[in-house]
Design a protein around this ligand. Sequence first.
Ligand code: 3PG
Length: 399
Amino acid sequence: RTLDQLGDPRGKRVLLRADLNVPVKDGAITDRTRIERLTPTIRELADKGARVVVISHFDRPKGRRVPEMSLRPLVEALAAALHRPVAWADDCVGPAAETAVAALRDGEVLLLENTRFHPGEEKNDPEMAKALARLADVYVNDAFSAAHRAHASTEGVARLLPAYAGRLMQAELEALDAALGNPARPVVAIVGGAKVSTKLDLLGNLSRRVEVLVIGGAMANTFLAAQGRPVGRSLQEAEMHGTARRILEEARAANCEVVLPLDLVVAAELRPDAPTRTVPADAIPADMMALDLGPETVAAIEARLRRASTLVWNGPLGAFETPPFDAATVAVAQTVAALTQSGALKSIAGGGDTVSALRHAEVLDRLSYVSTAGGAFLEWLEGKTLPGVAALEASPPAR
Ligand code: 3PG
């Protein structure tokens, strides 16, 4: 159920689970994407006369009131994004929250303090869920990026109030369904990043569901080493060789083509002015490390993308934070953006570093959909059921 099924929310108290867990450095918000993506839901509800009570976690205070992890600074950020005032209460349950909710008039917006200041949140304590449910008539979850957590504010409360997906949650779920649920084929998946060990389930699930699996980033070194090729001083996980071979066998059995590096850009050190060389993937010198994919590999990836209808992308292809080792990530990102803009490719990307890499390549707004979720996007790619999404489906009917 989305906001379309919510009917007329005028005068109703709507508990809106947001993800305001935004990156902060020295007290300043460094990326407002999550705030901006949340505003359509708040604006729609408030414009229709709902009394909007926004809740969120912030950071990991572990059930204690940690002043540096207060959501208080988000009041101003939210008000600026919404162009309307946002009220504040310094607790998300109990008398302070209840008084602030009672003072709301139709169309007004209130932000409550960090849900994780209460130990009941992460324990999904039924008492915490009840205390949250007392604040509202309906629940709207717009925090896809926190949907992999079975917490009181993401899971428990959805079972107590009629629950709906907000516009951001809806957009995430629709994009993900278009990527793996019911995609236009062939589907190419690009998986990069440093470690095979963090992406095992993801690689396994993808190899069963896509036609082409491209493996880049430092995790590709582990696959090369597992095939007996020398990787010099490259980052790799020696204990994962058996696992890497098993993933390749499973992919072969599932008729999934795996694209591993054909050539690599190597250097003695990871620094911007380090002298580089491009070498075949089976000839990494003993004193060097692979830091990016080479042009032949980029061309091979681009050829697969030109034949593809759908792309799912998680993880950078090289050490993109340190140019020139951003070349492969930038080149592939720009090809993806061009194919997407021409209408030939549906492209869905997400997960921590991926967003920074796409921003670095200046294509963030030229893909079909870029998810703001980190862990939730990965768990979804692993084929797992996300408790926050499942709870929306199990929620009681509207009263
Ligand atoms: C995220 O930033 O990925 C979400 O807000 C979830 O945060 P968590 O990993 O602390 O649960």
